[in-house]
Design a protein around this ligand. Sequence first.
Ligand code: 6R9
Length: 572
Amino acid sequence: MPTNQPHMRPYEEEYANFTWETSRKELGYKDGDVINIGEYCTDRICRQGKGDKLALIWEGHSGEEKRYTFNDMRQLTNTIADFLQKLGIQPGERVCLFMDKVPELYFGFLGVLKMGAIVQPLFSAFGSESLLTRLDNAKTRAIFTQKKHLPKVRNITKDLPELKHIIVVDDDGLKPLRELEVAFHMDKAERIDKFDIYPSLAETPSVLHYTSGTTGQPKGAQHVHYSIISQYITAKYVLDLKDDDIYWCTADPGWVTGTSYGIIGAWSNGVTQCVLDAGFKAETWYKFIEKHKISMWYSAPTAIRALMKEGNEVVKKFDLSSLRHLASVGEPLNAEAVIWSKEVFGLYFHDTFWQTETGCIVISNYPGMKIKPGSMGKPFPGIEATVVDLKTHEPIEKKGIVGMIALKPGWPSMVRTYWNNESTYKSKFSKGWYHCGDRASIDEDGYYWFVGRDDDVINTGGHLVGPFEIESALLEHPAVAESAVVGKPDPVNMEVVKAFITLKPGFNSDKMLELEIMNFVRKKLSALAMPQEIEFVDSLPKTRSGKIMRRVLRAKEWGEEIGDISTLENDM
Ligand code: 6R9
């Protein structure tokens, strides 16, 4: 059983003395050195004598299990890198991963990096249109996918002239593959023991994660290989990973938590991790923890609330005594959930706050630190954070006042730009601070308390969805004249999508049409983006310049004050 002695010194002492040099030293990195995330997570760990240690314990939805050591992973990631090279993929080109949580997704991620291309992971539940927007923006060259997702890719291939290779990882040969499509079976392919890893440098682009904003289509947050300096040390200090831990990060690598901490953080620390490629069910999750003796568990508030809903009795059916540290990310972790976890697991869930753009945990509750349930904790040592005034953008000195969370740029895993969208990237900075787009206050003891987003982005079950993308999809439906999309409160998912719609003449606002429109969005985008409720209205509140004021609609849903509506054109 791993020790409970935290890696981190007591918080104040660590904050005062920490520099990123600690991480650079431990990883053996000096300025100007070659640094490749793929190499750091596999070959380097093998060189430390951990080649025979388990890297991945994988379980599928029907209970089948696969196990890979660090040496297996080193070879298989070489195999993937070699395969891509032979296809003609060049360093710097974008290779998308569009798969469920199968081993090929995890090893594909590192394999792409090993040969110098940029890896673009996309959530496999996305529909064709969500996929098209992101592949088109990145001018993606190749995509890894599974048979079950192939129809969604085939739907859009004609619109993606740059896409040259569709790699199917589980082709059974029953139906012929089409043009551009090629079968690749990782477990049957020849294992490559020696591969010339691409000599990437600190600023070489590594990962492209798409994230939603208020306006426009999703943006590709572009990270670099140097990000591992942050991910390694935060995984060690915040998630408290120890050599003999068995770690489970429940996030999907389609989102940043699933890569920063579901791949890079754990494996750069040489820690064994478990992956469950099955849907959520309380019993399945508890059984998974019991079976694999998971000791460190990183999850999300929606999942914790869903577990709470299932009650305490089901927990008692399982031996969960292997657990020693729990953490959460993605949305506000309410105090009730923190207190509940102490009651049933004997451990607090430690809330952590960060973003696709920050690349690593930036505000958090640390092992050994006093937890104030409901607070996100304090800035990670090495991160300078504050809250700034909503209007002046100056740091707020007084405690307890709500402002925007702002970070001093310069930590290693900070996003370097948005793909082909430097102007939006620049707009995130003001007066020398990076703005996260979230509101919070800081209390007398320096703890951060989350208040809400500062924009119209909807956080549903820990996944950000952009209203613009959904509104655009809605407008493609023949009955829809105008649309506005906001988040409405939900007890488990925190928020769900609600759409307000005005109809074109000749259409009737009935239940049939509501269901039809919901389904239309689900197919195009994803189940996450599908409105859970549609309200048909005669008109939408607009500014005098004709912009739809989502904030008015949102305030109504949340029973909040509407605020300044002096620029409002019509009254709803
Ligand atoms: C890692 C990740 C980022 C946004 C972020 C904020 C929300 C994340 C949170 C939280 C309250 C927490 N968020 N952690 N809100 N408390 N502990 O989730 O990245 O998908 O980019 O989302 O999620 O709004 O700005 P990403």
